[in-house]
Design a protein around this ligand. Structure first.
Ligand SMILES: [Zn+2]
Length: 572
């Protein structure tokens, strides 16, 4: 691979405090260097801006539930999202649940080079990695799900933090995972009995522990292991009117957790839009975003991502480890462009004693009052949280919308006129009357956009080799055709939909929206350190009850190394 110099572009590199400066970027052997000496390929980026490759902190792109979504929704293969085979690329389909190859191509075309799958059931980890191997170009990481796992519940019940720490670390290793994911703590286990956890102190049946204890214990373990990312939570009560108060209570659980590993945060709350609801029912449904943002602005121990809703021509496919929520959503149904209720078909699953899941098609309708308020809340969060390092941009792909719609939302963040147009003519008036969106003047700058789409997400994830363009970073770069001095909402949407260049590890993978190369990205995983004797003691203990818990042999549980031929391990 030849070395690369990108000249004449305007650089936005927030982690190095570079805010729109003309600067050359040099890449040697896939790594950013001060200066390339000798022969190099030169890209002339005149009239363009340069950012680090995009980093998506939360996107459901691989694994069993994604594949279930594909099977459940043959109608999702709409002609507009089909990609034809070329000499270099394979064909692909899927609007909201994309085929694996398409996922890599479409992220790269938007200038994204890293994506994190945030819900990997442990027993189905192998499936996640099998799909990762078929997603080209981008680097991937996956978060194993811990919050309703019987061994986790048992060790918390027994106040056995040592074995809990050993178990968490063992799972990270054997599933090749990156961080501790918690989905509706305790609630998914109670769902096996047809119930849920509605408060932090609701007991989990038969285990005598509470969601509060689950969050607190796993947050402590996260710090003992000094993992690169904080715990990553999908709160209880997701999707329910009035849930913002529960979210605030959840934030408070981690206020006193002592962070390690040079991180500032002990907690990341994901797709917070779905947990920022006011009102008491769907009739008086309103925004609780201002209260959420006020808390985030006053506390440094947490980060969030927004989980933006974007209106699209076709229904999206919701998918989550939150089984009880998907059951509720299935009953809520929704309207559909083809006239039937897409909520009628659904899948709800349980992964042995580990976790649950659900998949339900859903159509967000702009003229539906609730959907309009949801749309506004996602934007309110982005605009009301003052420090962009505390909030990442996501759609919780594909729950709020497919990731391919990001550029449309960037337009609403960066151009008030585009928001006003939506409020006036695009969405139900409740987006104006039941939220604060119409009162907000803030417009994101390109610098701030670079934070919420790459720099901040990389930092929150603790991935130090990306999200910036400093010496030593991997050569992941996005170049977009836009005049930073003057742009309209439409210009923004167009520029960020199709990168002028996407560069992965120093190789041009996209030029003017066309795929130029299809290297295989790396798997990024993380692990902490646990004393060997403690690990042996924990393994002895779980092997003892393995047969009661699992349908598969212990020796078949770990994902073999052959599933991650190109891995990067973050250790401390
Ligand atoms: Zn999610």
């Amino acid at each position: 691979m030849s070395d690369l110099i990108i000249k004449n572009g305007i650089v936005y590199d927030p982690l190095n405090n570079i805010d729109g400066e003309k600067k050359e970027i040099h890449i040697k052997d896939g790594i950013i260097v001060d200066k390339v000496n000798g022969d190099a390929k030169v890209i002339d980026a005149s009239g363009m801006i340069i950012m680090p490759g995009g980093v998506d902190i939360h996107t459901h792109i691989a694994g069993a539930k994604v594949n279930t979504g594909r099977a459940l929704r043959p109608e999702d293969k709409v002609p507009e999202s089909n990609m034809k085979k070329t000499k270099l690329t394979r064909s692909g389909t899927g609007f909201s649940v994309l085929s694996t190859w398409l996922t890599g191509y479409k992220y790269a075309q938007m200038g994204y080079t890293t994506a994190v799958e945030p819900a990997m059931p442990l027993l189905e980890a192998r499936h996640t990695h099998e799909e990762f191997l078929e997603i080209p170009i981008i680097d991937k990481a996956a978060m194993p799900i811990y919050g309703n796992n019987w061994f986790v519940l048992k060790y918390i019940r027994d106040h056995d933090i040592d074995r809990l720490t050993a178990y968490v670390n063992w799972i990270l290793k054997v599933t090749k995972g990156y961080a501790i994911k918690i989905v509706n703590p305790g609630g998914v286990e109670n769902w096996a009995w047809g119930k849920n956890c509605e408060s932090l102190d609701d007991p989990v049946f038969h285990w005598n522990v509470t969601p509060r204890q689950i969050i607190e214990s796993l947050a402590k373990v996260n710090e003992i292991l000094k993992l690169p990312h904080s715990i990553h939570i999908h709160c209880n009560n997701l999707g329910h009117p009035g849930n913002f108060e529960h979210s605030l209570e959840t934030f408070k659980v981690c206020e006193d957790i002592k962070v390690t590993n040079g991180r500032k945060r002990s907690l990341h709350v994901t797709h917070c839009q779905f947990n920022a609801y006011g009102g008491t029912n769907w009739g008086d449904f309103s925004s609780g975003a201002a209260e959420i943002a006020e808390y985030v602005n006053a506390h440094k121990h947490l980060s969030i991502d927004n989980g933006q809703v974007v209106f699209t021509k076709y229904a999206t496919t919701t998918m989550t480890g939150d089984g009880p929520w998907e059951f509720a959503l299935h009953h809520l149904g929704g309207v559909s462009p083809w006239g039937s209720k897409p909520g009628i078909k659904w899948v709800n699953g349980q992964v042995e004693g580990e976790s649950g899941s659900g998949v339900v098609p859903y159509f967000f309708a702009p003229k539906n009052s609730v959907n309009a308020v949801q749309w506004a809340i996602g934007l309110e969060l982005m605009l009301l949280v003052k420090d962009p390092y505390q909030i990442g941009f996501t759609t919780d792909h594909p729950n709020g919308a497919p990731f391919t719609t990001y550029p449309m939302a960037f337009k609403w963040l960066m151009d008030k006129k585009s928001r006003e147009e939506m409020l006036k003519n695009g969405v139900h008036q409740k987006a104006t009357t039941a939220t604060t969106l119409s009162d907000i003047d803030r417009e994101y700058s390109l610098y701030e956009l670079a934070i919420v789409t790459r720099a901040g997400n990389a930092k929150t994830l603790g991935m130090k080799d990306r999200g910036h363009l400093g010496v030593g970073a991997i050569g992941d770069v996005a170049v977009y055709k836009i005049n930073p001095e003057k742009y309209t909402g439409q210009d923004l949407e167009k520029a960020f939909s199709t990168s002028a260049y996407t560069i992965k590890d120093g190789q041009i993978v996209v030029k003017d929206g066309e795929i130029m190369a299809v290297p295989m990205g790396a798997l990024i995983r993380a692990e902490g350190k646990v004393k060997e004797s403690l690990m042996e003691d924990m393994l002895e203990d779980i092997k003892h009850s393995w047969r009661d818990h699992y349908s598969i042999n212990f020796n078949n549980y770990a994902v073999q190394d052959v599933y991650a031929p190109k891995e990067k391990v973050v250790r401390n």
